[in-house]
Design a protein around this ligand. Sequence first.
Ligand SMILES: C[S@@+](CC[C@H](N)C(=O)[O-])C[C@H]1O[C@@H](n2cnc3c(N)ncnc32)[C@H](O)[C@@H]1O
Length: 357
Amino acid sequence: MTQYGALKRNDLESYPDAITDQGQGSGARSLQAPGSIRFFDYRPTPADVRAEVLEGLGRSVKRLSPKLFYDQRGSRLFDAITELPEYYPTRTEIGILRDHGSEMADRLGRDNVLIELGSGSSLKIQTLLAALQPSVYLPVDISKEHLLESAHALAERFPALAIRAACADYSAPFKLPLEPEWTDLAAFFPGSSIGNFDPVDARQLLGRVAGLLGPGGRLLIGVDLPKDPAILNAAYDDAQGVTAAFNLNLLTRINRELEGDFDLDAFAHRAFFNLAESRVEMHLVSRVEQRVRVAGEVFAFRVGETIHTENSYKYGIDAFHRLAENAGFVAEQVWTDPEALFSVHCLRVLETTPHPG
Ligand SMILES: C[S@@+](CC[C@H](N)C(=O)[O-])C[C@H]1O[C@@H](n2cnc3c(N)ncnc32)[C@H](O)[C@@H]1O
């Protein structure tokens, strides 16, 4: 049980001791819950995280993957961001899901195995569950404690729902706890998280999802639209500084997990819309010339030098359709809000899927 030491005692008590080794990656395990939740752990190992951080900080243009934001505190900070007045994507996407949920269910099909990528708090799926009535809900997220908490909350609200929660990293080929007899799969990928990948990687990820779903499978995906840069800049640099705390939390995490000595006061949050690339960029800017130690290695920073921590690409509808088609999907339907801030697409996997590479 030591692997689950970070859980509160109550969490442990709500799961019996049945732990099944799934024999993958970091030692995937499942906890069989008394009710309807099973949890599978396919997380990257601490050695993987260390190697990725050292590689990113060692580059001439330093960068860290946005997936590193999401430790338990990072996930909570993200939830706080979604409630900020400047952060239009969450409330806008939820509005689209509420307005068109039954049409979406008609497209996606009911009574299937519904995989949600980057499920976070599983809030958005709750607007669709009544319409979709999946036989199994399979949330996938890299943030283990948050995934467990969200799965618990969902199980309390929807006691009849069978939940298989998988802690995994979808930025590389990943395993899911699927049964061979589950042939009717659908996927939900909200939050415009696809925009965190550059277009080549986004195509690869969508190709992997197409391969997972199989010909005829459907993906419902939320994609943020290009818009007035002032709206975008405010959404990623809010007045209360919550996004700044979210960005800086990455350094706190490195200090804790990788024996780092980042001084948080020596870095500043910066976010701006890069029009040429159609993406919002987030950076951590070194306020001073400094040297930082991480996992025994030393990294030098010039004044003003940045760590590039996130991209959030914005796709017009045609541009996103081209990306999806290159990944093996055909675009079936798109829904937007009245102000055309955000889009939700239903994509269907073509009969012949191009190779994801
Ligand atoms: C931008 S948040 C979106 C959360 C929620 N889906 C929403 O729409 O509000 C991204 C979510 O994806 C998860 N995530 C980020 N990178 C991931 C990765 N590489 N693999 C799996 N989950 C990831 C995060 O933990 C977080 O819950």
